[in-house]
Write a protein that binds this ligand. Structure first.
Ligand SMILES: [Zn+2]
Length: 305
């Protein structure tokens, strides 16, 4: 049973929104790519985990703290005798180990997920012990991309390669697992200790004035400029979107990018770069939200998600 589902992280959502509207530095491009790959990998992993049949409590993307160190676990699966920790990697291509270092074939050394796994497992163990729970931890790096090959992997390393995924799942499904209220208590405690990350601290610096304005296609993220019969039409990918839907989506964009800004007709008019008249925008806003009028301003109350 999945107790904590995975969502597209806000940091990735925001980077996706910023990408067409500003120029990323090389470093920011890499960070954006890593976030996208990370999330894609986790989505694939979630699909694979649907085959787990034994009783379990699954908590995805927990952010915890032990010994004054914050650590994130892609997936924690509570079963009868073991707490399984999974670190998910969507690496693609050929990799090899040399002198205990992980390298890309014809490329440079990269951060070894085994080291991260080891560190996180140790922190998780300390945390469970400090809470007075005694459940053995077993942890693995799951290489979820079928296009991944690893040479010279250290023997007995807890790596599950793409060709081993099926067999590994079969083995898990043969385990005994009857859960009781202690397992539930562990899950509840972990959920309680889960902290929410502030996605804004790692983002590129951006200001409202500096971002390119306009309606961005919801499918291909290019700017759309055509309105045909109350629909935006994207000349890049051909997708259509009703103007109401597009405006509401853009309000969500502005709210995620600028949580402190008040939603006004002028703001959305500017944000869409005059693609629609103020009147059309005002109508869409008043149809969907409550208007709040002060002496000098009028804005719309958009309730939280
Ligand atoms: Zn498009």
């Amino acid at each position: 049973m999945i107790l904590k589902t995975r969502y597209e992280p806000d940091e990735l959502k925001i980077m996706n929104l910023l990408e067409p509207r500003m120029n990323f530095t090389e470093k920011e491009k890499q960070r954006h790519y890593r976030l996208k790959k990370g999330y894609e990998g986790e989505v694939k992993y979630d699909r694979w985990m649907k085959s787990l049949e034994i009783q379990n409590l699954t908590l995805n993307d927990l952010l915890l703290e032990a010994s004054n160190t914050t650590f994130q676990i892609d997936s924690s699966v509570i079963t009868q005798n073991k707490l399984l920790l999974f670190e998910v990697k969507d690496f693609e291509g050929e990799y090899y180990y040399e002198d205990e270092r992980l390298k890309i074939i014809y490329g440079e050394e990269i951060k070894d997920p085994l080291l991260q796994l080891k560190r996180n497992t140790s922190l998780f163990r300390q945390l469970l012990a400090s809470l007075g729970f005694h459940l053995e931890i077993e942890s693995y790096v799951i290489f979820i991309n079928p296009e991944f090959t690893l040479y010279q992997a250290p023997k007995n390393a807890p790596n599950i390669l793409p060709s081993q995924l099926n067999r590994f799942m079969k083995k898990l499904n043969k385990r005994q697992s009857k859960l009781n209220n202690i397992h539930q208590k562990i899950a509840d405690k972990l959920l309680e200790l889960h902290t929410v990350d502030n996605p804004y601290k790692r983002l590129p610096k951006y200001e409202y004035e500096q971002l390119k304005k306009g309606i961005v296609c919801g499918e291909c993220h290019s700017f759309v400029d055509q309105v045909v019969k109350r629909e935006f039409v994207c000349s890049h990918c051909g997708s259509h979107e009703k103007i109401d839907t597009a405006v509401l989506r853009n309000i969500e964009e502005v709210r995620l990018l600028f949580p402190d800004k008040k939603i006004t007709t002028t703001l959305i008019y500017e944000w869409s770069n005059g693609a629609l008249s103020r009147k059309v925008i005002r109508n869409i806003l008043s149809d969907n939200f409550n208007v709040v009028s002060t002496k000098r301003h009028q804005y719309f109350e958009v309730s939280s998600k």
